[in-house]
Design a protein. Structure first.
Length: 223
């Protein structure tokens, strides 16, 4: 068994754990010990998933998933910080993470420009628009972070909303890659397009519902 294949198996196992913990965190009552535990398992497993994904991306020289691994790590880390910083204050960790996502965005945009001028017109099997899209979203999130940092503090409602959508976004990335990027490891029955898209749409729907409840129902602010 090669080192890469071993890391790949560990990566798959951690990915499965992160998805189970993520769905559990969405379904369990918010603010309760079970939700907190599921959230912690999700955050830790997601960071390990990003680390193993980054390692495999670098060793296999897959540029796009290098950016995507850093993107997902940023989302889950900022989401976790929003949950634990109950005062709503923002400091050095958020500044460093804002610089990280801005760097990822700029690097992705520059890569997209390089791909656009390359003879093949693609990199990692993707056209320039793939890198431009990722870079654009990364820059947008960096601007959101910088705006929040300028205020130095976020309100309780927006702190929880920040936690929800960042965790949901990181889970969306993991779910999409798991079911559409690595579906060859799934049983044939689960490779049907409907079976693959349901979990991904489930994450989007769960995140949207949670955001609406946070922004509309003030009782969530004390959970």
């Amino acid at each position: 068994m090669s080192e890469i294949s071993l890391v790949g198996q560990i990566h798959f196992a951690i990915g499965s754990l992160s998805l189970l913990a993520g769905f559990a965190a969405f379904l369990l009552p918010k603010g309760r010990p079970t939700h907190v535990t599921a959230g912690r398992v999700f955050a830790i497993s997601m960071l390990l998933l990003c680390a193993s994904g980054l390692y495999m991306s670098i060793t296999r020289e897959i540029v796009f998933t290098v950016f995507l691994s850093l993107f997902a790590a940023h989302a889950v880390t900022t989401g976790w910080l929003a949950a634990v910083r109950r005062s709503g204050q923002m400091g050095m960790p958020e500044r460093a993470l804002a610089l990280l996502i801005a760097g990822v965005g700029l690097a992705s945009l520059v890569t997209g420009m390089w791909v656009m001028n390359a003879a093949s017109g693609e990199l990692d099997g993707l056209p320039p628009v793939g890198f431009f899209s990722l870079g654009g979203v990364a820059i947008l999130i960096a601007l959101i972070d910088l705006q929040a940092l300028a205020r130095r503090m976020v309100s309780p409602k927006h702190r929880i909303a920040r936690h929800v959508w960042r965790m949901g976004f990181s889970m969306f990335i993991a779910t999409f890659i798991f079911f559409f990027g690595n579906n060859h490891v799934l049983p044939e029955l689960l490779r049907a397009e409907v079976a693959l898209i349901i979990p991904v749409l489930g994450v989007v729907l769960a995140t949207f519902i949670a955001l609406v409840r946070v922004l509309v129902r003030s009782r969530w602010l004390v959970d």
